[in-house]
Structure formats: structure tokens, C-alpha cells
Design a binder for this molecule. Structure first.
Ligand SMILES: *Cc1c(COP(=O)(O)O)cnc(C)c1O
Length: 425
């Protein structure tokens, strides 16, 4: 098995922007005997799950679907259930994932208007506004965008795009790839006017790959009645029929459902706002490290900065793939590779999912070593120092066992030490 070496201590830590390492609780929840998905009490697992996953999408009006598939199928589920062959959609491409959804749209027979955007930038809202305003006959049936472009570490302003559609009273459905943003970065399906939100299990949901998780607005749901794109396995109608009684139209992966139950409990237990704040804070530390190394992120403006992944541009004399190779083979961590246009030019640090300061300090320290091994002139400890000082300044006590206070002896020692260091000054 790749990555497995029984004589190697520790494990291969994942710092790719998906799949992400599983929280222990999720892993434990998934170790379960085979279960009967037609059992009379199976709906006791499924019904609350379908209800609670809506909280992650921030939708009360929408309907959520869980498909035994991946995010890629999610793109197809979104379009095939709402569109007919030859329907016009409007999209933009600024990274490998927005490219792949564009490519899929063409391949299932849609008529795609593509706005090319530079890699490192986000959804060009004003260009979308012009294109939609010019579309007086409402030929555009859907606006299709990637919220967080994982290839470049760029987050776009979906709220602003939703506003544009509302202002123009354009009836196009707003479809958003939220695979690497949902459950990590602020996402508000109802408030932003998102009609279909696509996600997957192996990013912010902290599960293995193998589940496409979607939210459909009432408008998107209604569109299935006229949508003529061919669909069978990916037909939401079969899910609607079975889900209403707490079942699935075919055999679901029950361990995945058990894991999702725990992941949702963890996310809601922490509180979504706290989850977003944690991701932002950890990401800020990474960005400060990148700056301290004298490097630049692929994101061309701070307004595009992603809180789930940072793509780091290496100097032209260096192959970013070498940094990744060294990090994997010498130090046993996985980083994200540069994809397609930015292959060899960037490597990516994923900072989404089950992360804290300690994990960030580990990856930053390890990346420093790998970059130096690859011949980059990086001052040892520079990134670690920048991130560490930021994390120290912004740290909060974690309440464990009901009390965050250090034991009495420790407090006295701290006071004494303080007095000592004061008298020295
Ligand atoms: C990971 C990812 C996907 C889906 O990929 P799968 O491998 O099919 O799960 C889609 N979009 C974005 C933005 C992603 O990061």
C-alpha cells in the first residue's frame, strides 16, 4: 500500500486540501458491523441525518441529498436534474475544478457560455452582471460557479453573485460548487439565493471520499419536472421517493452515514461560526508564514484568500513537485500538488477539517525543511515563527474537564517566574 511502512513511526499526515484526516470520533463511528439498510429502524438514522445536514448548508427551505458518489457526480446531479440538452448555462473557469465542471457541462450536452478568468482570481461578478443583463430573453438557465477553487486557493463572493441575479430579476438557477468550502467557510444557501449547492464528503465533512452531498432549493427541485437530461443512478426523484420514509433507492454505504452523523455532531457541537473562525485563524497563520518565507500565494488579492487551502508559488528555478515529493518521502506528509496550468509552479497546503495550531505548526515546520531540501532559500524557522506568534496572540483557552485553570502549583510557579523575570529586566 502506498504510504504504508511498518518500520516508520507516526503516520502519513494529510495536508492536501482533501482528503483530510479523519477526527478520531468519526473514524470510531465508522467501525461498525454490516448493517441492513432496509431494517425497520434504519429511518431512525437517516431521517435526522437528512434534516441536520441542512444546517450545514444553512437552508431551511431546501432539500438535501446524499449520494454514494463523489463531488464530480455532484456536479452532474446538479445539472442533469434541472437542465435539458442544449440549455444555455453561464460559467467561468479559473482553476482545475471550475474547468472540470465546465467540461462536464459540455459533455452532458449543455450549451455553455464560458467567461475565462485568470487563475488566481475569483468569479468576476461585474462580467456576470453584464452577461446576465444582456440576456433579455432569459436564455441562460443556470449560473454555475465554484465557491472555493481548490487548485488556486481562491474563494469567490457568492453572496454578491446572488444579489446580481436578484437585482436583475434573472430567473437562472444559481449553482455552486461548495465541495472545498462547505463546513469550513461561511456558506448560506438560503440567504445567498443558491439553488443547488454541491459538496463531497472528504473535505470539510472530514469523512473518506465516497459521498456527494447536495442541497436543492425549492426552485431547483421543481426544475426536475421539466428537465430532460438523461439520468438514472443520479436521479433525485428516486431519492425523494425513498428518503421520505428514511431509506435510499439503492444500497448506501452505512459506515459513511454513521461517520456523517458524527461529523455533523462535531461541527454543530463546535458551532458553525466557531468552525469558520477557526479555519480563518489557522489560514491567517499559514499566510503569515508564506509572507515570512518571502513567497506569494497564487490568490492574486487578499480578497480572494481561501481559508481552506493556500496555493504557494515557488520561484521559477524550483519545481514545486520536488517539494511535495521530498515532503512525502522524507517527512511523511502529503501536500497538494499544482494541477494542470500551475503544475510544478505551486504546491498547496490544505488547512481544512480537523485542524488546530499544533497541526499547522507541524506542517509549516515540515514544509520549511522540504523547501530547503529542494534548494529554496528559506530562513529556517521564519514561517513557523510568524505563524506561531500569531497563534499565541490570538489563542483561546480550551475548556477541558470543566476547568481551564492550571493546577495550583503551576500557578504559583508562574507567578514566581514572572517576578523573577521582572526583577531581571
Ligand atoms: C475535491 C473537489 C471536487 C470533487 O472532487 P471528487 O474527487 O469528485 O470528490 C469538486 N470541486 C472542488 C472545488 C473540489 O475541491
Amino acid at each position: 500500500m502506498p504510504g504504508e511502512n511498518l518500520s516508520f513511526p507516526g503516520r502519513n499526515y494529510l495536508f492536501a486540501p482533501g482528503p483530510t484526516d479523519l477526527p478520531q470520533q468519526v473514524q470510531n463511528a465508522m467501525i461498525c458491523p454490516q448493517e441492513d439498510h432496509r431494517a425497520p429502524d434504519f429511518p431512525e438514522l437517516v431521517k435526522p441525518l437528512l434534516k441536520d445536514v441542512k444546517k450545514i448548508f444553512k437552508t431551511t427551505k431546501g432539500t438535501c441529498f446524499l449520494f454514494p458518489a463523489t463531488g464530480t457526480a455532484g456536479w452532474e446531479i446538479a445539472l442533469a436534474n434541472t437542465m435539458s440538452p442544449g440549455d444555455k448555462i453561464l460559467t467561468t473557469r479559473f482553476g482545475q475544478f471550475s474547468h472540470l465542471w465546465y467540461d462536464l457541462s459540455c459533455r452532458i450536452g449543455l450549451d455553455v457560455d464560458l467567461i475565462e478568468t485568470e487563475w488566481g482570481e475569483g468569479v468576476p461578478i461585474s462580467k456576470f452582471k453584464s452577461a446576465l443583463a444582456a440576456d433579455k430573453k432569459h436564455a441562460i438557465k443556470a449560473v454555475v460557479v465554484c465557491h472555493n477553487e481548490t487548485a488556486t486557493g481562491v474563494t469567490s463572493n457568492i453572496a454578491a453573485l446572488g444579489k446580481v441575479l436578484k437585482q436583475l430579476k434573472h430567473p437562472a438557477l444559481l449553482m455552486v460548487d461548495a465541495v472545498s468550502s462547505l463546513a469550513s467557510i461561511d456558506f448560506r444557501m438560503d440567504e445567498w439565493g443558491v439553488d443547488v449547492a454541491v459538496s463531497g464528503s472528504q473535505k470539510g465533512f472530514m469523512l473518506p471520499a465516497g459521498m456527494a452531498i447536495l442541497g436543492f432549493s425549492p426552485r431547483a427541485l421543481a426544475a426536475r419536472k421539466t428537465a430532460k437530461c438523461a439520468r438514472c443512478f443520479l436521479d433525485i426523484q428516486d431519492h425523494i421517493n425513498a428518503n421520505k420514509d428514511g431509506y435510499f433507492p439503492y444500497t448506501p454505504s452505512v459506515p459513511m452515514l454513521r461517520g456523517l452523523r458524527t461529523a455533523i455532531d462535531l461541527l454543530l457541537g463546535e458551532g458553525l461560526d466557531n468552525v469558520y473562525a477557526r479555519h480563518h485563524r489557522l489560514a491567517e497563520g499559514v499566510r503569515l508564514a508564506v509572507k515570512a518565507w518571502g513567497l506569494k500565494p497564487c490568490a492574486k488579492s487578499p480578497k480572494w484568500n481561501s481559508d481552506t487551502v493556500t496555493a504557494i508559488v515557488v520561484p521559477p528555478s524550483v519545481n514545486a513537485a520536488e517539494v511535495i515529493h521530498i515532503a512525502y518521502h522524507r517527512y511523511n506528509i502529503s501536500l497538494g500538488a499544482g494541477l494542470s496550468k500551475v503544475a510544478g509552479k505551486v504546491f498547496r497546503i490544505g488547512h481544512l477539517g480537523d485542524n488546530n495550531e499544533a497541526r499547522m505548526m507541524a506542517v509549516l515546520g515540515t514544509v520549511e525543511m522540504a523547501m530547503r531540501d529542494a534548494g529554496m532559500r528559506i530562513k529556517p524557522g521564519s514561517g513557523v515563527a510568524a505563524a506561531g506568534e500569531y497563534y499565541r496572540k490570538t489563542a483561546k483557552e480550551i475548556k477541558k474537564f470543566g476547568s481551564a485553570k492550571p493546577p495550583r502549583e503551576a500557578r504559583t510557579a508562574t507567578k514566581k517566574q514572572k517576578a523573577k523575570s521582572k526583577s531581571k529586566r
